[in-house]
Design a protein around this ligand. Structure first.
Ligand code: HXC
Ligand code: NAP
Length: 289
């Protein structure tokens, strides 16, 4: 395993990247690497205090420039304001990382209509708001742009107990693939990343609340036997944001150590069979021949 930065110095120089939900967790880690590669960074979310603290730390850690802007992705006017303020501060925007999300685990029948709607609004409407607003802007200015959307592997498998998130992420994936075709003529490229488990305070506190974290070790569900390192995701995200990936369009790249395929494979559960039992099975097969 390598957890150092992968791209060469200056790979994102001259780029201005907006990261929604960029003050915490994976958004912060990806943003940090974009800065290290020379990009200007805008981080947005609802909590300005969190953003301002993160911006200060990121600038100190990387020597780059970070603009923290409060914005609830559910509100189209706030999204348009971010675009305006970013251009005033940094000039042209080149990239958007739709990373902001909300999630929790619950039997679906226990959810209120508002709970369901809250997740759909943050994840799906938030992503379409930002993509539509910036896409229209780029098209009007005849400017190229690249969008990267963070989904999950259950965007295509579905998953119980996170149904609003699954519905919303599936919608984000559909949008990614649809617009990758429709907007290619405007030199706008869209891709997605589907991460498996990468520890963050935000995800762990909501998806493994209380004692669940002791009962369900996410690493046990991953064939390679571990969770992801943030830099591994940041390397992939930086590549997809850079011009090195300009022929990659409409793709969703999974980075999960094989997790979802292990769940999907008909006989993957045979992993639980000990070597001695395989020895016995082999021996008994030998006798019959
Ligand atoms: C059931 C819940 C709930 C829960 C809130 N609600 N939490 N229902 N179980 N745990 C209900 C509330 O009762 C309310 O409905 C409605 O949802 C809205 O709740 P609010 O607290 O008013 O919403 P809001 O302040 O907008 O906060 C949004 C949030 C919160 C999603 C509830 O958790 C949040 O801010 N999350 C942001 C960060 C986050 O979730 N990060 C994790 C991403 S991880 P009623 O009817 O009572 O009004 C991720 C990983 C995916 O996506 C894949 C992993 C492998
Ligand atoms: P996180 O730290 O909780 O990140 C979520 C971010 O979204 C927070 O910064 C939050 O900031 C922001 N946000 C929430 N609601 C918002 C809203 N209405 N408007 C604007 N911003 C909002 O969790 P994370 O684990 O890093 O998740 C990042 C992304 O990775 C998400 O898309 C998630 O689905 C995806 N993902 C994570 C994992 C994992 O294992 N961690 C796996 C698969 C996919 P505020 O609270 O300040 O608004």
């Amino acid at each position: 395993m390598r957890t150092d930065g992968m791209l060469k110095e200056g790979s994102l120089k001259g780029q201005t990247i907006i990261v929604t939900g960029g003050g915490t967790g994976l958004g912060r880690s990806m943003g940090k690497y974009f800065l290290e590669l020379g990009a200007n960074l805008v981080i947005t979310s609802r909590k300005l205090e969190v953003l301002e603290k993160a911006a200060k730390e990121l600038e100190e850690e990387t020597g780059g420039k970070v603009l923290p802007l409060q914005c609830d992705v559910r509100d189209y006017e706030q999204v348009e304001a971010v675009i305006k303020q970013t251009e005033e501060h940094f000039g042209n925007i080149t990239n958007l990382l739709n990373n902001a999300a909300g999630n929790f685990v619950s039997p679906t029948e226990r959810l209120s209509a508002r709970a369901f709607e809250t997740i759909i609004d943050i994840v799906l409407k938030g992503t379409t708001n930002f993509t539509l607003a910036l896409g229209k802007h780029w098209i009007a200015k005849k400017q190229a742009g690249t969008v990267l959307n963070i989904v999950t592997t259950y965007a295509w498998t579905g998953s119980g107990y996170v149904v609003p998130s699954a519905c919303a992420k599936a919608g984000v994936l559909a949008m990614t693939r649809s617009l990758a075709v429709e907007w290619a003529k405007y030199k706008i490229r869209l891709n997605a990343i589907a991460p498996g488990p990468f520890p963050t305070e935000g995800a762990w506190s909501r998806l493994l609340p209380g004692d669940l974290v002791k009962k369900f070790d996410p690493a046990k569900l991953v064939p390679v036997g571990r969770v992801g390192e943030h830099q591994e995701l940041a390397n992939l995200a930086a590549y997809l944001m850079s011009d090195f990936s300009s022929y990659v369009n409409g793709e969703v790249v999974t980075i999960d150590g094989g997790e979802w395929l292990m769940g999907a494979g008909e006989f993957s559960h045979l992993e639980k069979i000990p070597q001695e039992m395989w020895d016995m099975l082999e021996a008994s097969r030998g006798k019959k021949q």
